[in-house]
Structure formats: C-alpha cells, structure tokens
Design a protein around this ligand. Structure first.
Ligand SMILES: [Cu+2]
Length: 235
C-alpha cells in the first residue's frame, strides 16, 4: 500500500470526525391546545373512506410525552453567515396515502429536490402556495406517480393542499443550510451534520404559531455537541 496515500486518508477521516456536530433537545408546548378531532369528511368520502377502519384525527397540534410538541422545525438561523452549503442529494418524500399527506410536516434545504408521491388509487391535486418561492398546482392521477420538486428560497411553513380533498394539508419548511430537524412525537429532535464547534442561533418554528410564535436561542457547540430545550407557547 502506498504509505503517503494511507497517511492522507487518515488525515481526511480525522478532519471529518472533528467537524461532525450534533445539536439535540426537546420542544415543549406550554398551554393546552384544543383536542385532536376526527376528520369526518375522510370517512364520509366514497373513495377515501374505505382506506380507514378507524377515525382519522386532525394534526394541528400533536402533543406527546411530557408536553413534547411534534412537528416543530428546529434549524440553525444564525452563525453560518457567509458560508455556502451544497443542498443534500437525498430526496425527502412526501406521500399521499389514505388521502392524507405523510409526513404532515417536513423540511428541506433551498435547492434540495424532494418528491411528491401518490400511493392511492385516487386522484389527488397538489397545490403549493408559497409566498417567496414559485408555487405549483398539478394532478397526480396515476397510483404510484412521483414528481420531483424544488423550492429555491428559504421560507418557513410552505403549505401544500389538495384541491380534491379539502382536509389534505401539509407543511414544508425550506431552510438556507442543511442543519435542521423536525421534532418526533415526543418533541425530540437531533440536528446532525458537518457542523464546526461555535456559537449559533437555533430557532424552533411551528406552522400554527407562525413566525411570531417561533422561539430562538443562542447555543454553543463544543466538542461536537450541544443541547437545547425550547418552550413554545399557546396564547
Ligand atoms: Cu387528495
């Protein structure tokens, strides 16, 4: 083996480890949201009703263990100014299944391709109504149909809706760097990536509370790690 090459690859591996950063934590909701409600229109629909044996519940606020709030986008808002990042090559998938969007809330980087899929034997028509990005409005009539889409500009909470089924709604946040995550059912998140140690502003955004209800804080990644706890408030 070429010893020079081996030495170089060891150095490269060390550099990668040194840059790997992780911000983890939890988002808690303060206040009691209205309880989730059964969406009666799904069960009543001739085509969509047969996909569901049980009630389909609204997802405006999904609160898990110890008031952990799901579907919150947590992202680095400040501290990376002047740095450019390539958009991730992986393509997140937003599926239409049982006449519901899955996932309900997702996030992509500006310039990152994502996929819209129709898994139903039912026509859906997806309308995106962003304010800063270019919207779209097209039908997916074929089961299994997948279309690639890209939003070019950072924008929180872009709404997707189906013009055939009024209850079908999803939200996609478009971020300016690859350091973001969406909280799980118990409000937990992990942001991972090639993130150098340093001070950052991290924000937690929920589409129903809007930009005014978002909360941000300063954190410091040290030795590749940081934790952050957020409390979003219902007023
Ligand atoms: Cu639909």
């Amino acid at each position: 083996m070429n010893t020079t090459l081996a030495f170089v690859s060891t150095l490269a591996a060390t550099a990668l480890v040194a840059n790997a950063g992780e911000i983890s934590g939890k988002v808690t909701l303060k206040g009691t949201p209205p309880p989730a409600q059964a969406i009666a229109a799904v069960k009543a629909d001739a085509n969509c009703g047969k996909f569901h044996d049980t009630d389909v519940m609204s997802r405006t606020f999904v609160v898990g263990a110890d008031s952990g709030l799901a579907n919150v986008v947590v992202y680095i808002k400040g501290g990376l100014e002047g740095k450019a990042f390539p958009a991730p090559v992986e393509k997140p998938l937003i599926d239409q299944k049982g006449c519901m969007y899955e996932p309900y809330v997702s996030a992509v980087m500006a310039g990152q391709t994502f996929q819209l899929q129709n898994s139903d034997p039912v026509m859906h028509n997806i309308m995106a109504t962003p304010k800063l990005n270019k919207g779209f409005n097209f039908a997916q009539a074929t089961p299994g149909q997948v279309n690639d889409k890209v939003f070019d500009k950072p924008e929180l909470g872009v709404k997707l809706a189906c013009s055939v089924h009024p209850w079908m709604v999803a939200y996609v946040s478009v971020l300016e760097n690859p350091f973001f995550a969406v909280t799980d059912k118990d409000g937990k998140f992990v942001i991972k990536g090639e993130l150098p140690d340093g001070k950052y502003t991290v924000e937690a955004f929920h589409q129903k509370l809007g930009a005014a209800g978002a909360v941000s804080q300063e954190i410091e990644v040290k030795g590749g790690k940081a934790t952050a706890a957020f409390t979003l408030e219902l007023k």
